[in-house]
Design a protein around this ligand. Structure first.
Ligand code: IPE
Ligand code: IPE
Ligand code: MG
Length: 237
């Protein structure tokens, strides 16, 4: 059976509902959600997970009210600045993946410095998917390939003989193994345009827990669920 997944991915959902249940503004849920991220990073490091990716903001989330978007972006800068030294000491490599062109220069600078500071670490890689969507990722990969052929027609033959692993290299997640397990909180059973290509063979777990309540114990339960799955990869056992 499977032991510890190499790559665990989390769709952090339910912050707004968590706050509403307490009669508070939605952003209160986002603030509390940062604590859950901290707990899951610790649990991942403790259990030997090598990659932890978290869906923090989708391309679709840009359509939320301006004040919520601004609060979320502000929270990202604050959380990154506040956590990075500790993450670095714990051997965590920090990365952000997504459509960076849409982010504020201030946030982009913070991301660059956090990525640079932790680039040498290899205990755990924490990947924040920010301004990300699966369709955006596949489309930007296709555009990159098209541009390569336009610049150098000899690339055409190489691209025509390329296999799926070759395509992986054009995705924003190049070099990161596909997620073994994707967990979504808050009871919604959809991917909301998350890792569409990369999640092709991921185990999926949907839990009712709202993201701010998803802590170490819940993370460990998700690993237990994964350990019991029988992954056949289309074969007969
Ligand atoms: C997840 O919580 C955080 C983001 C998507 C940025 P939500 O903000 O989606 O909370 P609900 O789903 O409305 O409760
Ligand atoms: C998915 O949550 C995106 C993130 C967790 C960042 P949403 O709350 O935005 O998704 P929908 O709107 O329920 O599909
Ligand atoms: Mg939601």
């Amino acid at each position: 059976m499977n032991r510890v997944p190499v790559h665990v991915s989390l769709i952090m959902d339910g912050n707004g509902r968590w706050a509403k249940e307490r009669g508070k503004e939605r952003v209160y849920g986002h603030f509390e959600g940062v604590e859950s991220v901290r707990a899951c990073v610790e649990a991942a490091a403790e259990t030997g997970v090598k990659y932890l990716s978290i869906y923090a903001f989708s391309e679709e989330n840009w359509n939320r009210p301006q004040d919520e978007v601004a609060a979320l972006m502000g929270l990202m800068v604050k959380a990154m600045a506040a956590e990075m030294e500790k993450l670095d000491k714990a051997g965590v490599r920090f990365r952000v993946i997504g459509n960076r062109e849409r982010l504020d220069p201030d946030l982009n600078r913070t991301i660059d410095s956090c990525e640079e500071m932790t680039a040498h670490n290899d205990t755990l890689t924490l990947i924040v998917l920010l301004s990300y969507s699966g369709k955006w990722d596949i489309l930007q990969a296709a555009k990159k390939m098209a541009m390569e052929v336009a610049d150098d027609p000899e690339r055409r033959e190489e691209i025509l003989s390329m296999d799926v692993n070759g395509f992986d290299r054009y995705l924003a997640t190049a070099g990161i193994p596909d997620p073994d397990l994707i967990v979504r909180t808050s009871g919604e059973c959809r991917l909301s345009n998350y890792l569409l290509w990369q999640g092709a063979y991921s185990e999926l777990l949907f839990v009712d827990t709202l993201w701010p309540d998803f802590r170490k114990e819940e993370f460990r339960s998700a690993l237990d669920y994964y350990a019991k799955r029988d992954r056949r990869y289309g074969k007969v056992k």
